[in-house]
Write a protein that binds this ligand. Structure first.
Ligand SMILES: [Mg+2]
Length: 353
């Protein structure tokens, strides 16, 4: 050990200047294992300047590459993704990562692929799509050690915008290269999860209608919003939030984990994915002439200042609606009956940040 002290010190110093790179474990003749931050290029450099160092009883164990599964939603955001694989091979550090690509071709396929990836020991699963794709994949990764990466390719990209994931494909891939992850909260309804926003009422009806539209993208979404708004009626809801009861007639109720729907429309400006609570945003019926002001509030992050909006945060939320109507989870519509029980799961999903 002492004999090699200088070599170890110099190697660590050299590698310290080059962090972060692939880890290579090194073991000396006495079986003392060292862990030095290394790249394969650095290893070649060491071999060239220190042939003695590498022939003096030191064995080198290269860490295997991390396996990343890219799950691509080919229809999200109305964008073609035919060049995506090529872009990954150009930007991803292939010295450290071994990418696999899979394309979703039916509803919930992302969940199935991500579940299999966890079982097969992948080191990360990357959602290439919008909030709906993130929802399917993230649901399979909740309470596992496998982090979720995001390449934003959706219509709204609410969670990605909130988390500061670059909208540029190449920049988002460079973030995957860092492979640093952080835990975020998620919302749970029965055995389903949401990571961005869930909702009842108007926005759920919009999601329900938008799901059957062939005209996707932000313009298609706006067109659906206008169509649904023209004949939408508010409904009665009974809410229980952390034991308190509220009776409300509402245009819509959103339950926000992160603050925005997407496209920088903030439905719950103070929501955070790290505070252990969900923000329940109750929007009362508002006169049509105030619509421009509501839209302004949404994009100005001041919706909580509107006289038609009430926001209550809580960990356990029970919402009873007077008739069966669709609920959306991260923009994906579903029928969950009249009584919807929601709770927060703190730090349940790891995200590559
Ligand atoms: Mg929160």
């Amino acid at each position: 050990m002492k004999k090699h002290f200088l070599e170890w010190f110099l190697a660590l110093f050299y590698c310290g200047c080059n962090l972060p790179f692939t880890l290579i474990l090194m073991q000396n003749a006495n079986q003392s294992t060292f862990c030095v931050a290394q790249s394969y290029d650095t290893l070649d450099y060491l071999k060239s300047i220190w042939p003695k160092f590498l022939s003096s009883g030191v064995r080198i164990f290269k860490m295997s590459k991390k396996r990343i599964l890219f799950v691509i939603n080919p229809i999200s955001g109305g964008k073609k993704k035919t060049a995506f694989n090529k872009q990954v091979l150009e930007v991803l550090d292939l010295n450290r990562f071994d990418p696999t690509f899979k394309i979703t071709d039916h509803a919930n396929h992302g969940y199935e692929l991500a579940t299999a990836a966890v079982e097969e020991g992948y080191d990360a699963v990357v959602a290439v799509g919008g909030d709906g794709t993130i929802n399917e994949i993230g649901s399979a990764l909740v309470n596992t050690d496998t982090p979720l990466g995001i390449i934003p390719e959706g219509s709204g990209n609410g969670l990605a915008l909130y988390l500061g994931v670059p909208m540029n494909e190449s920049a988002a891939l460079r973030r995957i290269n860092r492979m640093e992850s952080t835990a975020i909260d998620c919302g749970k309804i029965g055995d389903r999860y949401f990571f961005n926003v869930a909702g009842l009422g108007f926005d759920a009806s919009v999601s329900d209608k938008f799901a059957s539209e062939t005209f996707r993208g932000p313009v298609g979404y706006l067109r659906t919003v206008i169509n649904v708004m023209s004949n939408y009626k508010p409904r009665k809801y009974s809410l229980e939030i952390d034991g308190e009861t509220y009776e409300r007639e509402a245009f819509m109720i959103s339950v926000a984990n992160s603050p925005q729907y997407g496209n920088n429309a903030y439905i719950a400006p103070n929501a955070s994915v790290n505070d252990g609570v969900l923000d329940v945003c109750i929007v009362r019926k508002f006169p049509l002439y105030t619509l421009p002001l509501m839209v302004f509030h949404l994009f100005n992050r001041t919706v909580n200042q509107s006289e038609y909006v009430e926001i209550i945060s809580g960990k356990k939320i029970l919402i009873r609606q007077d008739e069966e109507a669709p609920v959306h989870l991260d923009g994906e519509p579903m029928d969950l009956g009249k009584e919807i029980s929601i709770e927060v799961q703190k730090n349940a999903l790891r995200i590559i940040s």
